[in-house]
Ligand binder design. Structure first.
Ligand SMILES: Nc1ncnc2c1ncn2[C@@H]1O[C@H](COP(=O)(O)OP(=O)(O)O)[C@@H](O)[C@H]1O
Ligand SMILES: [Mg+2]
Length: 304
């Protein structure tokens, strides 16, 4: 083959490859941010085990995105991540002119679950975003293609309300707020909900609270649990999930061994609770879809 023909063939293959990449996928993902400005409340534990329960029990094609520079998602799922795959660091994608999150995706041994690992350089990204115009919407733009490739996208947020978390809230359709059983937790959830209201008003009107989730519940602290739960239910009513996550050492072990709880200890209380949470999340998403459909129909009827 002459060299000119060879070059033409290479260029044509490249064009075809780009056309495949540019094509939209079949889905329209719901994006759920797992968010709390406090560390150690169970955000990562919830993100990894909810994402894997949705993939495993509900066959949802799921992307789990780690926005926390500590990179705990990758460490917590180290045993199921496919090795030898090339991917771009999330910090580069966030700072690129037209970053595409699909370039940061890694497959796992669970067919329906992919992850985008967080990386240490996200600490610098957090500061560098401040100087960017439209900084709140960078993740939202980077997720454009990914939304059509997945049914659910779960974002594990850093433990603060900085630029990265605001990016998650601007890209999300829903937020789940993990809350542990302490008096201060109530204040934390209230503060976060104020931020959610501001983001809704000014930046992302479609953002909705999917639920407040009680985490790390120690059954022995009967009166403290009752106090926190009563206060939360009085204030946030139906927004509080029925499912709650009790203290369960199998969850620690699973994280240490790098497996989702459903693979490490499928009969443990942690696995059952996160499966129940996944069922409840799917129910709430379906209910939302029906309500939105009805509202649209009503709007159309009043127009006619
Ligand atoms: N229900 C639980 N039972 C026992 N340990 C838990 C539970 N939830 C979280 N943990 C442990 O608590 C620590 C902090 O949890 P993590 O999910 O990393 O919190 P965050 O992401 O909010 O900082 C981890 O070591 C994790 O294994
Ligand atoms: Mg975490």
């Amino acid at each position: 083959m002459k060299i000119g023909e060879k070059i033409r063939e290479i260029i044509e293959t490249e064009i075809q490859h780009k056309a495949v990449l540019a094509k939209d996928g079949p889905y329209s993902a719901k994006v759920i941010a797992i968010c709390s400005q406090k560390g150690g409340v169970g955000k990562t534990t919830t993100a990894i085990n909810l994402a894997s329960a949705l993939a495993q029990h509900h066959n949802q094609k799921t992307l789990l995105l780690d926005l926390d520079p500590q990179g705990h998602v990758e460490k917590s799922l180290s045993s199921i991540i496919e090795e030898g795959l090339d991917y771009s660091p999330l910090s580069d994608i966030m700072l690129a002119k037209k970053g595409d999150l699909l370039e940061g995706v890694v497959r796992t041994k669970l067919e329906a679950l992919h992850i985008t690992p967080g990386d240490n350089s996200l600490y610098q990204t957090e500061g560098m975003l401040t100087a960017k115009i439209g900084r709140e919407f960078i993740l939202n733009h980077a997720l454009k293609k990914a939304r059509s490739e997945y049914q659910t996208i779960i974002i594990d947020c850093p433990p603060n309300l900085g630029n990265l978390t605001v990016n998650a809230l601007c890209a999300a359709d829903h937020i789940i707020i993990p809350c542990e059983m302490s008096v201060l937790a109530f204040e934390g959830v209230s503060d976060l909900l104020d931020t959610v209201e501001t983001v809704k008003e000014k930046l992302n009107p479609k953002l909705k609270v999917l639920g407040v989730l009680f985490t790390r519940v120690d059954r022995r602290n009967v009166s403290m649990n009752k106090m926190v739960k009563d206060a939360m239910r009085q204030q946030f009513k139906g927004d509080v999930f029925q499912s709650e996550i009790h203290i369960n050492t199998d969850l620690n072990r699973a994280q240490l061994n790098g497996y989702p709880i459903h693979q490490e200890a499928p009969r443990s209380s942690g696995a059952l609770s996160y499966k129940k949470l996944a069922d409840e999340v799917m129910g709430r998403l379906d209910k939302n879809k029906t309500q939105r459909g009805r509202a649209l129909k009503k709007k159309k009827q009043t127009k006619n």
